[in-house]
Ligand binder design. Structure first.
Ligand code: RP5
Length: 162
């Protein structure tokens, strides 16, 4: 498990094969100077270890969970079931349905147990959303987010935006 000093975000994924996609979340959190910890635990293959890990998050000061998984992606939902902190799910492409299964699994949570679902493989947006959640009580992060958004405006004006 990788842990930064004073982590605010926990990044978890169901398999080491998800690490490459999920590294985009860490890269974006680094850009905002938000500390995070990162771990791979499968909801299906290691359910007891997962529940134990979730129970330690709040005492460690974690505020948001980013959970990525592919196939029958139970991981974000299990995190949401066992925690009251916001959970952002990243459906990961792959398998016979190329991620459609994970997308539906993560987005179709029952009422009362929400998971905020970003697009397929879009761990970058999961990190930006996590920063936006934490910025609710952190004015310096709000300033960084405003500068981040402004950079899109400037790129568009310069004709560089896609
Ligand atoms: C899911 O199954 C994981 O999140 C991963 O996306 C997918 C394949 O896992 P591996 O067979 O590569 O471990 O649980």
């Amino acid at each position: 498990m990788a842990v930064a000093a004073d982590p605010k975000v926990a990044i978890i994924y169901g398999s080491p094969s998800d690490a490459n996609v999920m590294s985009k979340a860490g890269a974006m959190l680094d850009r905002f100077g938000v500390g995070y910890e990162e771990v791979s635990i499968s909801a299906h293959r290691a359910p007891r270890a997962l529940v134990e890990w979730i129970s330690g998050l709040a005492p460690r000061g974690i505020e948001v969970i980013i959970a990525g998984a592919g196939l029958s992606a139970a991981l974000p939902g299990v995190c949401a079931a066992h925690s009251s902190m916001p959970v952002i799910g990243v459906p990961i492409k792959g398998g016979a349905l190329d991620g459609l299964d994970a997308l539906l699994s993560i987005s179709q949570m029952p009422p009362g147990v929400p998971v905020a679902c970003v697009g397929l493989d879009n761990a970058t947006n999961a990190a930006v959303l996590a920063v936006q959640i934490i910025a609710g009580h952190d004015p310096s992060l709000r300033t960084k987010l405003e500068e981040f958004k402004e950079s899109f405006e400037q790129a568009a004006e310069a004709g560089l935006a896609r």
